[in-house]
Each structure stands twice: as C-alpha cells, then as structure tokens.
Design a protein around this ligand. Structure first.
Ligand code: WT7
Length: 657
C-alpha cells in the first residue's frame, strides 16, 4: 500500500518514496568548512544582519543605507549602496596581489585548443572591451544582447557591460533567429555581441547567420560586434564590427565607476511553461552578495587551492551565477569547456577533470544519467582523485543517479550537493552544506541560512513532516528577481498571486519525516491517479532505481478508469538487455517501491527522451504520444528528431494489464 497519512484525500501531493541512505560530511571537510552549522542559527536570529555580513564580503564604493526595502512583492536590497560588479569580480583581486592567479582555464572543443586567463589578463580584456562598448555608443542602462559560444569573450563581454552599467541579455547560442529577435525586441537592445560560430560535436557551428536573420528585422540594433572563433565564412554588413578590429586597439585602462546597488545587471529570458518568454530582471548588489556567498558556502570554495568547474552553458542562469559572477567575486580558478561531453569521445569530461585536477564539479542530472547510460567503465579510466565536492542542479536528481555520481565520479568520498534554485531566484536557495549536512540522495535538504522556504498545501499552510505540497518562499532574498522586464503585472500574477504574501516557485515538494525538503518536479506535470496527486519525479526515481534503467520520464495520460494513468518512457543502461518482459519487471518494481497506486500502466523502452536545450525533459510532448495525439510544438527541443525515434518505438497506447 502507498503510505498514507491522515487526511490524504486533500493532500496536494503524495509522499511515496522512502529513502534511508545518508552520507555524512567527510571529517576533514567538516573541520575546515567555510561555513558551519552556526550560520543557520545566526541567520535565524537576525536574517538581515546575516545578509549584511554576506554583503560585506564585497567591496562597496559606498556602503548601503538600508538593507531591505520591502514593498511586497517589490524588493530593494542595500539601497544607497554603490559598487561596481566588474571591479568586485576582477580588479580587486589584482589589487590584492592576485593578478597572476588563473581566473579561467578555457578548454575549446577541438583537442589541444586551450587558453588560460589570469585575473590580470581578465582585467585588461574587460577594460579594453568596456572602452570598445563606449566607442560603439553603449552607455549606462543600455541593453546589449549577447549570443555567443562558450569562449572567453563571453564572460569578458558580460563583465564589460557590468563595468559600464549596461544591461546584458545573454541569449543561449542554440536559440533560433525568431527567439533571438523576440528577445532583442523585448529588451530593446541596441548592440548584439556574437561570434562567427563555435565548435559543437566536432564541427564548427555557425551563429552569425542567425544573428543576421534576426537583426534584419531589428532596426534598433546599431552594431553587431563579432568575434572570430571558427573563421567560417560569413556575410558582413555595414553595422558589423569585428572584435579584433575594435577591441584590440583599445586602452587596457578603464575606471570602474560605482553603480547603485539596485541598478539592473542583466535580463535573462526564461520560457516557463507557456507563452511569451519572461525577461527575468536581476540587479547588482543583492545578486552579487548571494551568488558569491552561496558559491563560498555550498561549494566550500577555497580560492587558493580549488579548481572549480561548472559544466553549464553561460547562456543559462547557472552559468551567469556560477561560472561568471559568483566564482569571480570569490577569486576562484574555474574551468570553462566549449563543447559537448561526447566529443571526441565519451570520456571528455573526465579527461578535463584529470587534466586540470578539478576539485569541485557542478553539473546537471540529465548529464549524470547520460553518463550512467554510457557505462561505469568510461569514468573509471581517468584519475579523478582531485575531486572533493560534487554538485547537481536543474532537475530533481534521482537517488540512484545521485549514488552513481557519488560512487563513480566521486569515488564514494565526495559529498554531493543537490542545489535547488531557479532563473528567478538568481542563486542557490535550498541545498545541503558539504561540511555540515548529512545529505540524503535525492533531497535538496534544507533552505540555506537566510532563506525562508516552506512546503505548503493548497491553502498556503505549511504541511507537516511527511506531507507533500508546493514549494514557496516566505521572505525576500537578496538575489531575487526584481520584476519581469517591462511587465510588473505579469511578475505579480506569475509569482505572487497563488499564495498570499509568498513567492510561488511552481514546483511540487515534500517535507520528509525529518523535515527535509524534496523537490518533486513542476506542478504542471503532477499526475492525478485515482484521486492521488502523484509526482513524476517519484515514479521516475523508482524506475531509475532499477539496475537496468538509466533514465526515465513519466506522464499522466487520460484513462477511463483512473482519471489519469502513468505512462513511462525509459532508457536502459549501456549494459542492460531489453528482455521480453522488461515492462512487467519495471512495473512490478515501481509497485514494490512506491505502492500499487504508482504502478505504471505502460512502459515504453526508448532510445532518447525529448529535452529542452538546457536538458529538462519535455513531458508535454510525451503526453501527446501517450494520449495518441499528434505531437505539439517541438521548436524548443534540443534535438527535434527525437520524437520520431520515440514514435517508432510505439506499439500502441494500450494498457498492459
Ligand atoms: C527549475 C528552474 C537553477 C538553475 C538551472 C535551472 C528545477 C532546478 C533543481 C533541483 C529539483 C530543480 C525546478 C526549478 N530545478 N534545480 N536541485 N532539484 N528541481 O534554472 O531553467 O530557471 O529552472 O528547475 O523545477 O523550478 P531554470
């Protein structure tokens, strides 16, 4: 039977998965951790005082007057304070005598193509670029669209904007001309910074033609600044300016003027579930305070000795906060990798870990499950003894994927921090602390010090331990979005209208018997089976806990008997054979793990799953398949051929009972 608590009829989300494994912090890590359990008490006693101390880790040109001005749902942090974000990320480290320290080890996709930038190098490059932007007529408050591959000029361009107070809007290099154009228009950008192309899967992949197509219909764009990366042939227009022509001849001196703490730093578009992309607006002082503090706390970053690698694309918020702003503010040495994990071979990530002796690795569950699928023998070939902390972000990490990550990448030594946050939150909100928390595989555990998160029911009341519901944030936090660019009403409607006085994250969550928080997927994906709200995450995790399964996606399909029935799509591990009765075996496994209520009606073994370009499973498309509809809009899929592969595997959507 599914475990039941009194009053389950009304519970927002069932709590089915039980997990008893715990991993305590290694003793040496605990004894030398940057942040100890005292931080929770300090923040609980005086939350604003806690964030003031975090803000004091930055260098302010003028200290703030007011820590928080809260006119719900509009927050202003550190008002009256002035700082320069680029100065904090670059110059202050040089001034402190750390100019020769490496800021970025950049690894291009073509093997042997690498560059090293010290903080002094970065300072010169950012200054030259800031001077070039000024020459191109970009000033404080102007918006700059950035559409680039993962090359050093990308963080340099972002920092140059920050330095002069221009607002960057990075658009992920995989987006179409239409997507780029709508983002340029929405933000009314006047400059686009791009490259001829970048390397992906062993070949140059063009970017400039997409920009040309988008900009053809954007009269407000005055110039397109182009970096030569691949030297592929491109068309040029009067408005085009080459990086080598304008940036290289600039002075490498530039005075960083202070900006207001609440001056906009960037806009980043997030698609959400439906409709027009939302331009999430982040500002300066609070954003840098929380990104740098969380990077220091959650990754226990020791700038002198750690080599830190976040594998995300800078085009997503993970890259903004944990490749660019957080790590640089902390004076970290980071790795940036341009390409894909399977080029030229499936051990590329582990080769990079070995080459740079990476100590902290931050990646996504989708990547981890892909590595599981490829097989344990691949990482086993590399020396990864330098690793000491592993991080996960982007989706719920299934307990089995967590354990695999810890064991096969972390040699069963390293803590894994499952970090929950969003483009909107700007920085990590819920996560274990690696030197403090005895973490459970699959749980994001507890809100960080200074963050007041809760799991609430339909009425917005906290659920008791053992209960499921919705994730909500009860108090403002420094790196929160300030609004949706140009649309305050949509900001109010999307995030602050579901529950009175609380931020609604759109994620299902549960609080386990110990009070620890588990994320259960997007609320829109929850399945209603025989009157029970069942999370996709729990059923997927039960499937992934079967030794033959590498990855799973489940959806609720209309069912005459149960309302919705669970239909599962699974990818088998590299070593597993697709036996005749694998479906029965897996259905029984789920029933045994979670209870009969969660038993899938149907299991389909597929070669791939439909994913967005940031690696999230697009369950909407799988629902179309499960309900025998023609598949909806696939334009945001990373690989649009995947749905054909899945359709080929479809026997019919009949019940297997
Ligand atoms: C959504 C936000 C945060 C940077 C990358 C994604 C999901 C993110 C976790 C996690 C469970 C997670 C949530 C969230 N998510 N991290 N550790 N456990 N779910 O940013 O594209 O704005 O997506 O990603 O559903 O709401 P994003």
């Amino acid at each position: 039977m599914a475990p039941e608590t009194p009053g389950t009829e009304t519970q927002a989300l069932s709590n089915l998965l039980q997990e008893s494994r715990r991993f305590a912090p290694p003793a040496d890590l605990a004894s030398s951790a940057n942040v100890t359990s005292a931080a929770y008490d300090e923040a609980a006693a005086d939350r604003l005082g806690f964030w003031e101390r975090a803000a004091d880790r930055l260098t302010w040109a003028k200290r703030w007057d007011t820590t928080l001005e809260w006119n719900p749902p509009f927050a202003k942090w550190f008002t009256g304070g002035q700082l320069n974000i680029a100065y904090n990320c670059v110059d202050r480290h040089v001034e402190a005598g750390r100019g020769d320290k490496v800021a970025y080890h950049w690894e291009g996709e073509p093997e042997g193509d690498s560059r090293t930038l010290t903080y002094a190098d970065l300072q010169r490059e950012v200054n030259k670029t800031a001077n070039a932007l000024t020459e191109l007529g970009v000033g404080k408050g102007d918006r700059v669209a950035i559409y680039m591959p993962m090359i050093p000029e990308l963080p340099i361009a972002m920092l140059a904007c920050a330095r002069i107070g221009a607002v960057h809007s990075v658009v992920f290099g995989g987006f179409s001309a239409t997507a780029l154009k709508s983002r340029i228009d929405d933000a009314d950008a006047k400059l686009v910074i791009t490259a001829d192309g970048g390397y992906r899967r062993g070949a140059p992949s063009a970017l400039k033609p997409t920009v040309d197509e988008a900009v053809a219909e954007c009269p407000q764009i005055e110039h397109v600044l182009v970096v030569r990366r691949t030297n592929q042939e491109i068309s040029t227009y009067d408005r085009d300016v080459f990086w080598a022509d304008i940036v290289e001849r600039q002075s490498d001196q530039h005075t960083a003027e202070p900006h207001e703490a609440e001056d906009p730093l960037f806009i980043l578009y997030t698609s959400g579930t439906t409709g027009k992309p939302k331009g999430i607006l982040h500002t300066s002082g609070g954003y840098l305070t929380q990104t740098s503090w969380t990077h220091h706390a959650v990754f226990d970053l020791k700038p002198e000795t750690d080599i830190y690698w976040c594998t995300a694309d800078i085009g997503w918020v993970t890259g903004h906060s944990y490749i660019v702003y957080g790590p640089l503010a902390n004076g970290a040495t980071s790795v940036i990798y341009e390409g894909t994990p399977d080029t030229p071979h499936r051990g590329r990530f582990w080769e990079i870990v070995q080459k740079y002796k990476v100590t902290i690795l931050y990646t996504a569950p989708t990547a981890i499950r892909t590595f599981m699928k490829w097989g344990d023998d691949i990482p086993a070939k590399f020396d990864m003894s330098s690793l000491r902390i592993l991080g996960s972000v982007g989706e719920p990490i299934n307990p089995e994927a967590y354990v695999w990550y810890r064991e096969h990448i972390g040699a069963s030594r390293t803590p894994v921090v499952d970090t929950w946050w969003q483009t909107e939150t700007g920085a990590i909100m819920i996560s274990p602390l690696p030197g403090v928390t005895s973490a459970k595989p699959g749980a994001a555990m507890t809100p960080l010090p200074g963050i007041v998160a809760d799991v609430v029911d339909d009425q917005g009341h906290s659920v008791p331990n053992g209960g499921g519901g919705y994730l909500a944030i009860r108090e403002p936090w420094p790196s929160m979005l300030r609004t949706i660019w140009g649309d305050d009403q949509r900001y109010i409607d999307t995030y602050w209208s579901r529950f009175e006085g609380m931020y609604f994250a759109g994620d299902g969550a549960k609080r386990d018997e110990d009070g620890d928080i588990w994320l259960l997927g997007r609320v829109d994906d929850v399945m209603l089976v025989s009157g029970h709200n069942i999370s996709t995450t729990e059923v997927e995790s039960a499937l992934v806990s079967h030794p033959k399964v590498a990855e799973a996606a489940v959806v609720g399909a209309t069912d005459p008997v149960t309302g919705q029935a669970i239909v599962s799509f699974v990818i088998l591990r590299g070593t597993a054979e697709e036996g005749a009765d694998i479906a029965t075996e897996l259905r029984n496994h789920v029933a045994k793990t979670l209870g009969p209520i969660a038993k899938p009606r149907q299991i389909l073994v597929v070669p791939e799953l439909p994913k967005t370009r940031s690696g999230k499973i697009m369950r909407r498309l799988l629902r179309d398949v499960a309900e025998n509809r023609s598949v909806g809009d696939v334009t945001t899929l990373a690989d649009s051929t995947v749905m054909n592969l899945i359709a080929e595997k479809l026997p019919s959507a009949k019940s297997e009972d």
